[in-house]
Ligand binder design. Structure first.
Ligand code: SR1
Ligand code: MG
Length: 404
């Protein structure tokens, strides 16, 4: 069925921009070069550069899942959710997101800064390139959203309105199914090599693991703590080398909604795990592997430090310093558990990650086994592992088991 709104093409983008007064003056449409670069699972992405070197990026949502096709319809309203998530971050951590230029509710197009010269972090990690400091910047990003979009800094009446406005049920349903449900049952969306069957059957037969996954799904569905990104994997982060180390910009918050803060941190942890497993089987230099190994704790420490820095500004002093300690302990447990769920889904279910998929067969089996074993321990033992630093160590013993 044809969409009820006009789908952009590289040829129609210049006249589209000309017709939008809020995009005036950003680029010269007479000299614009437009390329469609959307390689994600859902949308069209047009990067545009003019003869003077100025740029703009337009993202248009299709009325279906691009990865699957028209057989999987999906609300184009997701681009409105993305605009909400981008704007919230642009208000509080403008250095960590592309500039926001506006959103078109009729044609479902989001306009933002074109990140020229930036690369997707997953691709850089796959190639073994380090961007020091990015882990800490992401911890600061999560903390800023956690503090500035929550009851910690917004009046209770207003926040309830925001929470209602930000519901994102179709996108949340994708996460509920693909992250929490499908990896643990037999469904068509799943696929994996035969060598992983014993590992996956073991997980599915583990009652404690299944109960913890259920708890994590329940919290995902009920804990509206803050406006979270909702899909903060390493493909949602752009990086470049700056004068003082790595720099990053977070993109793609179309899954954003009011959810548990640990879900975003967990998404990062699960993806760091995939990067570590890849680096281990490819025998990357020890220095690179150590940098990767430190990433989880680096992100957590920066998140915690930023929360503690902002805490004196909170609106309601009913929440004492001891409350903050307890809340952080809960977020740590969520981070560990969600990290496990986000890693397992990328091995078993729909929408896998190149870190593991694009390895040669034997290395793929070893890396995937390491991810599944570490991730499942994180989920099962998240309440007793205590700190994210301890959880991070689990990978070392699993690596020794698998690689010898
Ligand atoms: C059907 S969409 C599959 C995945 O792509 C997105 O990046 C999310 O991670 C989603 O689960
Ligand atoms: Mg995405």
């Amino acid at each position: 069925m044809a969409p009820e709104y006009e789908i952009l093409t590289p040829d129609t983008v210049p006249s589209y921009i000309d017709g939008k007064s809020d995009l005036d003056g950003i680029v010269d449409t007479e000299t614009l070069e437009v390329t469609e670069v959307g390689d994600g699972n859902l949308n069209l992405v047009f990067v545009c550069k003019d003869g003077n070197g100025a740029g703009i990026c337009l993202k248009q949502s299709l009325p279906y899942v691009r990865l699957v096709g028209e057989g999987w319809p999906l609300t184009p309203e997701r681009v409105i959710a993305e605009a909400r998530g981008l704007k919230a971050a642009a208000d509080h951590v403008p250095d960590l997101v592309p500039a926001y230029y506006g959103v078109d509710h009729d044609q479902y197009v989001l306009a933002m800064e074109y990140l020229m010269g930036w690369d997707m972090w997953r691709i850089q990690l796959n190639e073994g390139n380090a961007h020091p400091g990015v882990g800490a910047q992401l911890g600061r990003y999560v903390a800023a959203l956690a503090f500035y979009t929550s009851f910690f800094s917004i009046d209770q009446g207003e926040i309830k309105e925001r929470l209602a406005e930000a519901i994102n049920p179709e996108l949340c349903k994708i996460t509920e199914d693909l992250v929490f449900t499908e990896p643990y049952i037999d469904v068509e969306n799943n696929s994996y090599v035969d060598e992983l069957i014993p590992e996956i059957e073991g997980m599915r037969a583990d009652a404690r693991l299944r109960a913890e996954v259920g708890m994590l799904k329940y919290r995902f569905m009920t804990a509206g703590e803050a406006l979270i990104h909702g899909d903060l994997h390493t493909g949602s982060v752009m990086v470049r080398q700056g004068e003082n180390g790595g720099e990053c910009k977070v993109i793609d918050p179309e899954f954003c909604y009011y959810g548990p803060v640990g879900f975003d941190l967990g998404a990062l942890f699960g993806n760091y795990l995939a990067a570590r497993a890849r680096a281990a089987v490819l025998n990357r230099p020890a220095e690179y592997q150590q940098w990767l190994a430190a990433m989880g704790p680096e992100t957590w420490d920066a998140f915690e430090a930023e929360m503690r820095r902002l805490w004196p500004e909170r609106l309601d002093k009913t929440w004492t310093d001891s409350f903050l300690d307890a809340w952080l302990a809960q977020v740590a447990k969520d981070t560990i558990g969600y990290g496990g769920c986000k890693a397992n889904r990328r091995i078993i279910g729909l929408a896998k990650v190149t870190d593991i998929q694009e390895l040669p067969h034997d290395e793929h089996v070893k890396a995937a086994t390491m991810v599944l074993r570490t991730a499942s321990t994180w989920i099962r033992d998240r309440n007793t592992l205590g700190t994210v630093a301890e959880a991070n160590e689990v990978f070392n013993s699993v690596r020794a088991e698998v690689l010898g």
